[in-house]
Design a protein around this ligand. Structure first.
Ligand code: KG4
Ligand code: ZN
Length: 372
């Protein structure tokens, strides 16, 4: 249930908010200052990656992640406050990711946020990690609402009409794997390390993307949903047969091209639907870890230009998981008086558009499907 605006809350200008992010394999804390005119200053953003802890297992191990968050969280928060050159007394609120994600990790960051809020008498804002990604482009650029958002990360692949904080309508979602998951799994089949996306992008440099034909999933299908499982199976089968470096490079380029193409095709459909509702006011924002991929950016930028949309993708540091985006989502909620109680719970699953997820689920219970 969404919190109701607390009208008694007086909102200072500017608002300074500490954000905490622990939903996957990054322990992160950051401070953001939001001015009344909408200007945003990132005062600090500390991200401690656990990649080395998980690399031997080829993916994130939830128990290892939770323990590593416990060990790192205090020092990461301290570092964020030091870098911002602020004390807890300078804060107006504390925002922590409350889901979706690995619940053991989410609980660590949310508990740390609650402790600071309680000790300092500050409002707590329980932030949806996806809302953090959805707003991340605003950390570095003045992107006005509304906009069409393509959220492409390791756990999520969605197209959303973002009208404002807490006002997102889902236009499409993956029916199986997320885009980042497809990158990671195919990279694993190619014997590349974890996380696979950046490793696959590196291998693909100079490769011939047209040499290996790969299936074009959902081509021509109505709607804006995504599917990567057929591509993943075909690519994994080909990966078993290629041995020399040129073949591997060409296959990596073909995979990257196929993922970028599907993202573009589904985004094009969403642009048409979005344009019907919003007329000439057309902004396209791409966020999430996969937005760090330069081929994906290049292809999506082309699609946006062809449909009369402006194109914004956050700088690389804000594409992948970070706490500045959580602090910003917290500040924007706080500005509207949307705060949570200390009884806020950690949620492993938490769709951004809860209504659409209930009425139009992209997968039924029991089937393996998208994370939210
Ligand atoms: O947003 P994020 O940091 O975490 C989630 O919330 O999932 O996204 C991580 C995902 C991983 O699947 C990773 O392989 C992918 O983003 N990724 C990339 C690149 N950089 C990160 N995928 C393709 N190319 C990249 N350069
Ligand atoms: Zn994320």
């Amino acid at each position: 249930m969404r919190p109701q605006p607390n009208r008694q809350l007086t909102v200072p200008d500017p608002l300074t908010v500490l954000g905490i992010e622990t939903s996957c394999d990054e322990t992160a804390a950051g401070v953001v200052r939001r001015h009344g005119d909408g200007r945003v200053e990132v005062m600090s953003s500390i991200v401690l990656s656990q990649v080395k802890d998980h690399a031997p297992f080829g993916g994130v191990v939830p128990e290892i992640a939770a323990r590593a968050h416990v060990e790192a969280i205090d020092a990461v928060i301290r570092a964020a406050m030091t870098e911002a050159d602020l004390g807890f007394g300078d804060l107006d609120g504390v925002a922590a990711t409350a889901g979706p994600g690995l619940v053991g990790g989410v609980m660590v960051g949310l508990s740390a946020g609650k402790a600071i809020a309680l000790a300092r008498g500050l409002p707590l804002i329980a932030v949806n990690h996806l809302e953090g990604h959805a707003l991340s482009a605003r950390l570095a650029a003045d992107v006005a609402y509304p906009y069409l958002l393509l959220l492409i990360s390791g756990g999520h692949c969605q197209l959303l009409d973002v009208e404002g904080v807490g006002r997102c309508t889902r236009l499409g979602s993956t029916i199986d794997d997320a885009a980042g998951e497809a990158f990671d799994k195919i990279a694993k089949a190619l014997g590349l390390g974890y996380p696979g996306g950046p490793a696959l992008e590196k291998l693909a440099v100079g490769g011939d993307a047209s040499r290996f034909p790969l299936p074009r999933m959902l081509l021509g299908r109505a709607g804006c949903d995504f599917s990567f499982s057929g591509l993943k199976t075909a690519a994994a089968r080909l990966a078993e047969t290629v041995t020399d470096e040129t073949d591997r490079r060409d296959l990596a380029a073909a995979v990257q091209g196929a993922i970028a193409r599907q993202l573009a095709e589904r985004s094009e459909r969403a642009m048409r639907i979005y344009a019907e509702g919003h007329g000439g006011d057309r902004r396209f924002v791409v966020a999430g870890g996969v937005a760090a991929n330069s081929e994906v950016r290049r292809v999506l930028e082309g699609v946006a230009a062809a449909h009369g949309f402006s194109f914004t993708a956050p700088p690389l540091d804000y594409c992948t998981d970070n706490a500045a985006m959580i602090a910003l989502a917290g500040a924007e909620r706080l500005a509207l008086g949307l705060v949570d109680g200390l009884d806020a719970v950690a949620r492993p699953r938490w769709p951004l558009d809860e209504e659409a997820a209930l009425n139009r689920p992209t997968h039924v219970p029991g089937r393996k499907g998208a994370k939210a």
